[in-house]
Design a protein around this ligand. Structure first.
Ligand code: UD1
Length: 420
C-alpha cells in the first residue's frame, strides 16, 4: 500500500500540462472493439482505469502496441471472447462500456453486473433498456448481463429516461453498426460524448448532433481504422485550478480545453479568482486573496459537474463566508465531508445538501480516500491545512489522476508518496 504525505501551506505556482481525459479514453478504448482494422490513439492518460480497460479488451483478444508517449496502436481483429468478468467490472464500473460494441460487432456480450458503489447505487438499467430497444435479448443470470442478437441490431427511436453519460455512449456504440437509423433522445451532452462521436465518425460512423440532447445515428456495415487524439481532461484541469485557488496561488494549465469548462470557470470567477483563458491554456490567479464561498448545484453538462463537487467543497472549507453544495446526480457523494470535518471543517449535511461555513485554517490529520474525486479533494484540503496530512487508500486517486504528486510538486507543493 502507499499513501500521500502532504505538508500544507505552500501557494501553488507554475505551469502544468493537462492529461488526456479518462472519461473519454475509456469509451474510445471500448469503441475500438467495433473495428477489425488498426486504430491509433494519442494523448491516452497513464491511469489505472485505462490499464483496467486494456486488460479487459486485451482479455477478449485485442492486441496493443504502446509507444513511450502512451500512443497506443489497437488491433481488435482477432477477438476470441465476449465476456467482461466480475473481477474487472468490480474495480471499474465503466467496464460496462464493452457491452454496446461487442453486441454490435459480434451479436453477443456478457458483462458482470457492477453491484454497489461508494457514491451511490449506480444501476445500469438504462443501458439495458436501450440495447433491448435496438433488438437485443437481455437476460440477467448468475450475476451477469447476457445479451445477444440473432442477426444485426436494428435502429430505433430511443428515449433515455434519465440523462446518463455511459448509457448514451453504450447506445451510440451499439447503434453505429445497427441496420437503419437510431435516434437517441434525452442524450447526455458531455464533451466526452462529442469526443467519442468524433472518434467513431473518423472510423466511418455516421453520427450527427452529438453534444445535443437528440443524437441521430445512421448505421453502417463496418468501421475502418484511423488515428485519434483524446481530448484534455476537464476534471483533472479543474482539480489543479481548485488546488491553486485554495492555496492562493497562480498557475497556468497547458493543453487544456477551456471551452469544455465554462460552468467550472464561472464558479472560479465567483470565488474571486482571476481567470485568463486562451485557446488551449487556462491561467488562474488567486494571489493575495482568500477565496469566497460559492453555492453549487451539480447537474448534467453544461451545468456544474458532480466530478468537481468535492474539490469545491475543499475550497468552501477555507473560504470567506458560507457556501452550499447540492448534489443531484449521486445519492451518496459526501463521504469526503466526514474526513474534512476531521480536519476541522465546519460542514453540515442534510439530505443531498452540504452547508459549509468557511474557517481560517484546516488542520492536517490522517484521512482516508473513499472514491476518486473525494481523494482529490482531500489532497487539496491537505495542501491548505496546517501541518501534515496523510491521505490513505490512494489507489482511488491513481484511477484518475496521472502523476498527481509529480504534477503538484512541480507547482511547489510539499507532497510525496510513501509505501507502507
Ligand atoms: C459518468 C462518469 C462519471 C460521472 C458521471 C456523472 C464515465 C466513465 N464516468 O458516470 O465520472 O460522475 O458520468 O457525470 O464517464 N443511472 C441509472 N441507470 C442507469 C445509468 C445511470 O439510474 O442505467 C443514474 C445513476 O445512478 C446516476 C445518474 O443516472 O444517478 C447519472 O449517472 P451516469 O451519467 O450514468 O454516470 P456514469 O455514466 O456511470
Amino acid at each position: 500500500m502507499t499513501r500521500l504525505i502532504i505538508t500544507g501551506g505552500e501557494a501553488l505556482s507554475g505551469e502544468v500540462r493537462v492529461s488526456g481525459a479518462k472519461n473519454s479514453a475509456l469509451p474510445i478504448l471500448a469503441a475500438t472493439l467495433l473495428t477489425e482494422d488498426k486504430v491509433t490513439l494519442n494523448n491516452v492518460p497513464h491511469l489505472n482505469d485505462i490499464t483496467t480497460m486494456m486488460e479487459l479488451t486485451g482479455g477478449l483478444g485485442t492486441r496493443f502496441l504502446i509507444d513511450e508517449h502512451m500512443g497506443i496502436e489497437v488491433d481488435a481483429s482477432k477477438i476470441i471472447g465476449f465476456k467482461a468478468p466480475y473481477d474487472l467490472v468490480k474495480t471499474m464500473r465503466a467496464s460496462v462500456l464493452v457491452l454496446g460494441p461487442l453486441l454490435a460487432r459480434f451479436g453477443e456480450a456478457e458483462v458482470s453486473l457492477p453491484g454497489g458503489c461508494a457514491i451511490g447505487s449506480r444501476p445500469v438499467d438504462l443501458h439495458l433498456r436501450g440495447i433491448e430497444a435496438l433488438g437485443a435479448q437481455v437476460i440477467l443470470e448468475d450475476g451477469y448481463i447476457r445479451a445477444r442478437v440473432n442477426d444485426r441490431l436494428k435502429g430505433a427511436d430511443i428515449r433515455i429516461e434519465k440523462v446518463s453519460v455511459t448509457g448514451t455512449e453504450n447506445l451510440m456504440m451499439a447503434a453505429v453498426l445497427a441496420k437503419g437509423t437510431t435516434i437517441i433522445r434525452n442524450a447526455a451532452k458531455e464533451p466526452e460524448i462529442i469526443d467519442l462521436a468524433n472518434f467513431l465518425n473518423i472510423l466511418g460512423a455516421e453520427i450527427k448532433d452529438a453534444g445535443t440532447e437528440t443524437i441521430i445515428i445512421e448505421g453502417v456495415d463496418r468501421l475502418h481504422g484511423g488515428n485519434y487524439s483524446i481530448m484534455p481532461d476537464r476534471i483533472e484541469a479543474g482539480t489543479y485550478l481548485a488546488a491553486a485557488a485554495c492555496t492562493r496561488g497562480k498557475i497556468k494549465l497547458k493543453k487544456a480545453a477551456p471551452d469544455t469548462m465554462t460552468a467550472i470557470l464561472d464558479k472560479f470567477e465567483k470565488t474571486g479568482a482571476h481567470i485568463n483563458v486562451d485557446k488551449d491554456s487556462i491561467e488562474l490567479d488567486m494571489r493575495g486573496k482568500r477565496p469566497k464561498a460559492v453555492d453549487i448545484c451539480t447537474a448534467p453538462y453544461p451545468a456544474f459537474p458532480t466530478d468537481m463537487q468535492a474539490q469545491f467543497m475543499a475550497m468552501n472549507c477555507i473560504a470567506e463566508g458560507t457556501g452550499t453544495i447540492t448534489e443531484t446526480i449521486f445519492e451518496n457523494r459526501f463521504m469526503h465531508v466526514f474526513e474534512m470535518q476531521r480536519m476541522g471543517a465546519n460542514i453540515e449535511v442534510k439530505d443531498n445538501t452540504a452547508v459549509c461555513q468557511g474557517i481560517d485554517l484546516l488542520t492536517g490529520v490522517p484521512v482516508m480516500a473513499t472514491d476518486l474525486r473525494a481523494s482529490a479533494s482531500l489532497v487539496i484540503a491537505g495542501l491548505v491545512a496546517e501541518g501534515q496530512t496523510i491521505v490513505d487508500r490512494i489507489y482511488h486517486i491513481d484511477r484518475g489522476y496521472e502523476c498527481i504528486e509529480e504534477k503538484l510538486a512541480l507547482l511547489g507543493a510539499k507532497i510525496r508518496r510513501e509505501p507502507y
